[in-house]
Design a protein around this ligand. Sequence first.
Ligand code: GAP
Length: 449
Amino acid sequence: MAHDQGEQAGNDVMDAIISLAKRRGFIFQGSEIYGGLAGTWDYGPLGVALKNNVKSLWWKRFVENRDDMFGVDAAILMNQNVWKASGHVGGFSDPLVECKKCHHRFRADQLTDQQKCPDCGGSLGDVKQFNMMFQTHVGAVQDDSSVSYLRPETAQGMFVNFKNILDSQHPKLPFGLAQIGKAFRNEIAPRDFLFRAREFEQMEIEYFVKPAEWRKIFEHFVSEVQAFIKDVGLDSGKVHELEVPDGDRAHYSKRTIDFEFDWPFGRKELYGLAYRTDFDLTQHASSSKADLSYYDEETKERFIPHVIEPSFGLDRTILAILCDAYREDDLGGEKRAYLKLVPAVAPYKVAVFPLLRNKPQLVAKAEEIFRSIRKAIPAIIFDDNGNIGKRYRRQDEIGTPFCLTVDFETVEKGSGVTLRDRDSGRQERVKETELIDHLLKLSGVRTVS
Ligand code: GAP
């Protein structure tokens, strides 16, 4: 009973988040006017802003603030031999069962009853392995030689460029390649909004190390993943590290930690951190015949580096942020829903309002203040639509941390503007001359590292 109630509450929260995301222009169902395409999602203006903020925090932490990381943006389509060597053609599959009666298909490992169809109660067929890569043909000829795949992970785009980075950048170990980009998996059962999609984005690092140093560097990335979780404002109390046991890890991994998150639909993976050994470079070296070894000038040794891979789902980050930030409360006797986003990820840091839209002197002053703040804080919005209460609710729902109102005192007495805090609803008066510094300090955008 309690379990059912918990499940119902989780479903209600997810419904509220999905509806807010659509209503306010964060995320829409893919191809919606045609009835949708399962497992695809389109980001609207606010979703793009949120996503870009997350990407830029990630890029700052893992690339710009370090001397040992190189950015890469590899092609999504790759030579089919990449996926043969990586093991994806042979083994990137999930167990599939089909109902003999209604022909609905399920992931066998997610069914509680392996015999009966959860949709119609019909009996289920044998379990088959279903390869999750989307296959296509490159060029006009459709034969075996033109087969290619939409990449199911960004990782391989970095392994195949290892030699290019060595030859062009001459880095010393340890160093890493970092990439943000789309990945595609033909999931048997896409579900839970952005959680399991067929098209999604990953932010991945392949960090090359001397074999003896992998443990120390693995621990370093455990802390860096935790730090990034804080950067985007997630409650670290909802994140749990799971040491993935032997037998459950991917074929290439000798150690994996899953960073799991308490989603409204249960505790499930958010990110992964894996020790991929020298598996990928060795496979690609033997399959392509390219020399993917590294020569250590100090020890005069030549060897294939080992790899630590922190892998972050971008869309899962967005979903975790929305789930963690979504709140409902009573403010001034009125119910409201709001997003308690940290300023660093909020699509807009500040909203500027004239108290009344039909008073030209208020509108002109508000526009002047809007323009001056925008130079220092570009993520700012002007809003004079509807009454002030409605404007507050709208900004609360999209997670804008501060609303700034120009009223009669601003223009008649020069006594500054009111600044309202999203979470408490409290207002303070701030002098115009101190406004930008005050906002920069409050929103922390100047100090994000
Ligand atoms: N290169 C390693 C790799 O791809 P993975 O655990 O299969 O490992 C890494 O995926 C991350 O990508 C996951 O932790 C998750 O955040 C994200 N991810 C994987 N499949 C996904 C899907 N179908 N929809 C959304 N995100 C997904």
